[in-house]
Design a protein around this ligand. Structure first.
Ligand code: AMP
Ligand code: ZN
Ligand code: FE
Ligand code: FE
Length: 290
């Protein structure tokens, strides 16, 4: 069993990269993709954790270095995963650093808006909650919840942080074309994350994926916690028809999303090792490192 979509404290997960690798080992995963939002800053710690396990003679999971990017394409907003991010990510790292700066500026504006609504919250609270580089709305939501300004994480989004909330501030994102070029240029495999999020029918999705493929998309996350069996079948068929790699993951975030278990999602997810082997064969055929 593998899991190619997870988050750590480098973005909005609650487990440190080290704890995540240990959990992956304890879960019996043979490989884990660490795909934090907009940052590669958790990858080095995860690499070191795997190296320590190997030195200790433990058979730890193989680490697939990744990232998750929010992008737009025409009127659509969705997420891309980049798998097999190299240690020197060059232009991708430069673009991510700029996105983090933009995130920080946006967080300041959100906090200012919340303060203007007379809510007792400041940036220090949020940074203390975050602990990593990619700080965002989930951290602000946690602070609002812990301070009992709202009664749940979800209420924080519904009332304040979501697109219809009183303190909503849009996030600067890359276009799909930019993100796909950055991922391709550093030798990563770009994958369309959780396609069900894009509220498109089968024909519309096929058209979108076809367009993304011409921009460098090379895979589709058919196996995902929230996908129904028929959605998974639809995405598998699409991948086959368009000759795309198939990946899968839980989108584990730790205790902020307690219903999602590493590897198993909500219980019925199972991403087979064979998918990673196929992805590796595909990369080898393209002359990319595995
Ligand atoms: P950010 O990158 O700071 O915009 O935060 C994005 C994250 O916030 C997403 O990955 C979700 O986990 C969470 N999120 C965004 N919108 C909502 C919403 N309406 N309800 C609950 N969580 C949300
Ligand atoms: Zn997240
Ligand atoms: Fe996502
Ligand atoms: Fe995710």
């Amino acid at each position: 069993m593998i899991d190619l979509h997870t988050h750590s404290t480098a973005s909005d997960g609650t487990e440190t990269p080290t704890a995540l690798m240990e959990l992956a080992a304890a879960t019996g995963l043979s490989a884990i993709g660490l795909t934090d939002h907009d940052t590669l800053s958790g990858l080095e710690e995860a690499r070191q954790a795997t190296a320590r396990m190997t030195e200790a003679g433990q058979t730890g999971p193989e680490l697939i270095a990744g990232v998750e990017l929010s992008v737009t394409h025409a009127e659509h907003s969705f997420h891309l995963l980049g798998l097999y991010i190299p240690q020197e990510a060059g232009a991708l790292q430069t673009a991510l650093s700029r996105l983090i700066e933009s995130r920080n500026a946006r967080n300041e504006v959100i906090i200012r808006k919340l303060k203007a609504l007379n809510l007792d919250i400041c940036m220090e609270d949020v940074l203390a909650k975050a602990g990593g580089e990619a700080v965002g709305r989930p951290h602000i939501a946690q602070v609002l919840h812990e301070k009992r300004i709202v009664t749940s994480f979800q209420e924080a989004f519904d009332r304040y942080l979501g697109s219809r909330g009183k303190a909503y501030v849009p996030k600067e994102v890359l276009t799909a074309a930019e993100a796909l070029a950055l991922l391709q240029d550093c030798g990563a495999t770009p994958v369309l994350a959780h396609p069900f999020f894009i509220k498109l029918g089968a024909t519309g999705l096929a058209e979108l994926v076809t367009a993304l493929r011409s921009l460098g998309l090379d895979g589709i996350e058919a196996y995902y916690t929230e996908h129904t069996p028929s959605q998974t079948q639809q995405y598998l068929a699409l991948a086959k028809r368009l000759d795309l790699a198939v990946t899968g993951g839980s989108d584990f975030h730790g205790t902020v999303k307690p219903e999602i278990t590493l590897g198993r999602g909500k219980g019925s997810l199972l991403v087979a090792d064979a998918l990673l082997n196929q992805l590796k064969e595909r990369r080898v055929r393209k002359g990319l490192p595995v």
